[in-house]
Design a protein around this ligand. Structure first.
Ligand SMILES: NC(=O)c1ccc[n+]([C@@H]2O[C@H](COP(=O)([O-])OP(=O)(O)OC[C@H]3O[C@@H](n4cnc5c(N)ncnc54)[C@H](OP(=O)(O)O)[C@@H]3O)[C@@H](O)[C@H]2O)c1
Length: 320
């Protein structure tokens, strides 16, 4: 009997150990390669400079978009900067031109407006040898809010957020893909958000639009991989910008730090947070889900967002 027990214990122990080794080999090691060994020690896997002469960046007058524009100009790309405020576009173009000595075109459009803006963009990029498109423009919530409240405060919000966060991505891809396909090379970087894959109650419209960007990017990559097109979907956590209103820290890096990190991960993964500390948000979420259950973890996140909402409402009432 005792021998039987020891044997059963040994069998189950071996199975558990085997499963653990299998998980380590299939999940942990690729993660370490994609997030640490590749970008930090082996260097860029993708020669983006060979993709073409021009890079197009949407939402390029501030935050992450502006940091992408600068980083690409430093790599020698001429730029098409697209954003809504002409004076800010002129300022950013002048700053980058002085620093990097590259050719820059600006196109002022509001992505909340109707599809006609894409005729203006199409005319503006006609004939350019576009190698890189960064679909960065995006709008979020001023603070976490219940869907029905936010909708009542601003009934146009649904359409506006879909226009900026979704339509801009699909339309811009549709405009540049024919050029890239004709040359059998090109890179599309779509900026999503961590909120697309972790609980994001009280940010529902935003997180929903970003989940679209994830799925669209993954399938687009599969569709065009054989044609030489690379798609990277980045899902930042907090980055210190006008949108997040956070000071720079390890967990909310400056846009320049974040973009340098995301660019170093090019070629290693189609979908990535783009920044190691943001990977840990995903890991923590998955670990909590593994130890407990999804509804419990979602309720923990809801409490966090409710706390942020309370703070924001308090601050707003003090300002009045
Ligand atoms: N910051 C974060 O913590 C964070 C986290 C996850 C994901 N993201 C994503 O990262 C992207 C960039 O965010 P960010 O934090 O860098 O934002 P940001 O600092 O607010 O900059 C947004 C840029 O987009 C432009 N823009 C906004 N609405 C526009 C419109 N309707 N038409 C044309 N241009 C418009 C802005 O122009 P103006 O200067 O004229 O306003 C600005 O250049 C977004 O897609 C966002 O969802 C950000």
């Amino acid at each position: 009997m005792a021998l039987d027990n020891i044997t059963a214990f040994q069998v189950f122990g071996s199975i558990a150990l085997g499963l653990m080794c299998f998980k380590i080999v299939t999940k942990f090691l690729p993660w370490v390669y994609i997030n640490i060994i590749g970008p930090k020690f082996l260097g860029p896997k993708l020669n983006i400079r060979s993709m073409g002469g021009w890079a197009v960046v949407t939402g390029s007058t501030d935050g992450i978009g502006r940091a992408y524009a600068k980083a690409l100009a430093k790599r020698g790309f001429s730029l098409v900067l697209i954003s809504r405020s002409l004076s800010k576009l002129e300022d950013v173009a002048k700053e980058i031109e002085n620093e990097c000595k590259v050719e820059i075109k600006i196109i002022d459009v509001d992505f909340q407006n109707s599809d006609e803006i894409y005729d203006k963009i199409k005319a503006g990029i006609e004939g350019l040898d576009i190698g890189v498109l960064v679909n960065n423009v995006g709008v979020g919530y001023p603070y976490p809010e219940y869907f029905h409240n936010y909708y009542q405060q601003n009934p146009k919000i649904l359409l506006d957020m879909i226009s900026v966060n979704i339509h801009s991505v699909t339309h811009m891809c549709a405009l540049v893909l024919p050029v890239m396909l004709s040359r059998k090379k090109g890179l599309i970087i779509n900026v999503s958000s961590t909120t697309s894959s972790i609980p994001a109650s009280l940010l529902t419209i935003y997180s929903g639009t970003k989940a679209f960007v994830d799925k669209f990017s993954e399938d687009l990559q599969t569709e065009y991989r054989a044609s030489g097109i690379r798609v990277q979907c980045i899902k930042p956590g907090y980055v210190s910008t006008k949108m997040s209103k956070l000071r720079p820290s390890l967990s909310s890096p400056t846009p320049d730090t974040y973009v340098a990190s995301a660019l170093s991960m090019l070629g290693y993964a189609t979908t990535t947070t783009g920044y190691l500390p943001h990977e840990f948000v995903h890991i923590t979420y998955n670990f909590m889900k593994y130890l407990t259950c999804e509804p419990f973890v979602s309720s923990v996140f809801l409490k966090y967002y409710l706390k942020l909402r309370k703070l924001a409402l308090k601050r707003m009432s003090q300002k009045k």
